[in-house]
Design a protein around this ligand. Structure first.
Ligand SMILES: NC(=O)c1ccc[n+]([C@@H]2O[C@H](COP(=O)([O-])OP(=O)(O)OC[C@H]3O[C@@H](n4cnc5c(N)ncnc54)[C@H](OP(=O)(O)O)[C@@H]3O)[C@@H](O)[C@H]2O)c1
Length: 264
């Protein structure tokens, strides 16, 4: 196979939530693959070092502060990317939040609104804005970071509902935007060791449970998502749209079968 199909050279990528975790790893991987990369999140001081790392790979890197749940910020972000980089070929909707861990019975309206605004409304608004630009350019690629919590009910309250909606949004957009040569896919990670998921792995008793539920018997690292981002964003993924790629060490298939009776 021609491995240049995995190259992202000449493309401009916009990554939300690019200051750390899955977003940072994906931004650096896309830069390695040759893309110019814009990273965005709320705090510019956290973004600048990532933009610097991107530039050190010989491509253009830019940091733009924006709140994913605010429509004016989304508009400003897309306008800046187009003004300073000239185009948008890849949008990674990765910024996400989970302000509440606890019983759904007690979840309040404020945390509901924050979760849905950042995890769903921001994805919709940015995708719409980016897709209008991609349509003018003749095509593009959008990747939405969902979760296995969007595929099956987990004890993560409205977060799971927002991530399930992202999968449906991905499918609806894929159906409509295919005619403009815009592909839209989702990635559904299991537990990846980042700040957002600290509540699921920092406490050893909690992480042991998560590891025990995972056939590969370990938690994931942000770099293990980044490879899929490059694949989906590049020509190598050119016939994939509306799909949700699960990257979870096998967890979604149920707990491992600890059958110790194998004779070989
Ligand atoms: N880690 C996991 O186990 C896991 C599993 C499934 C899905 N995911 C999803 O993966 C994505 C990335 O999360 P992560 O695990 O890499 O977490 P992370 O390391 O905590 O990174 C989250 C990123 O999102 C940014 N962000 C948060 N709220 C924002 C807002 N309102 N506007 C703009 N940016 C915002 C953060 O920067 P600022 O705070 O500075 O804005 C940061 O850059 C999320 O969508 C998450 O739901 C993660």
């Amino acid at each position: 196979m021609d491995l240049t199909r995995f190259s992202c050279e000449g493309k401009v990528a916009l990554i939300t939530g690019g200051s750390r975790g899955i977003g940072r790893a994906s931004a650096l991987a896309l830069a390695e693959a040759g893309a110019d990369v814009v990273v965005s999140s709320r705090k510019i001081a956290d973004l600048e070092p990532v933009a610097q790392e991107i530039r050190s790979k010989g491509v253009r890197g830019l940091a733009v502060a924006a709140h994913n749940g605010k429509s004016q910020d989304c508009e400003m972000l897309v306008q800046r990317v187009v003004r300073e980089m000239g185009r948008i070929d890849i949008l990674l909707n990765n910024a996400g939040t989970n302000p509440y861990y606890g019983p759904l019975m007690d979840q309040d309206e404020t945390t509901y609104d924050i979760t849905m605004n950042v995890n769903l409304k921001g994805v919709f608004l940015l995708s719409q804005l980016a897709a209008r630009q991609m349509k003018k350019q003749g095509g593009g690629c959008i990747i939405n970071v969902s979760s296995i919590g969007g595929l099956r009910a987990e004890a993560l309250g409205i977060y799971c509902v927002s991530k399930a909606a992202v999968i449906m949004l991905t499918q609806v957009m894929a159906k409509e935007f295919g005619q403009y040569n815009i592909r839209i896919n989702a990635i559904a990670p299991g537990v990846i060791k980042t700040r957002l998921s600290e509540a699921l792995w920092k406490e050893p008793s909690v992480s042991q449970k998560a590891i025990g539920d995972t056939p590969l018997m370990r938690l994931g690292e942000p770099e293990e998502i980044a490879g899929a981002v490059v694949f989906l964003a590049s020509q190598a993924g050119s016939y994939i749209t509306g799909e949700t790629m699960v990257i979870d060490g096998g967890r979604v298939h149920g707990e491992p079968s600890y059958n110790k009776n194998a004779k070989s």
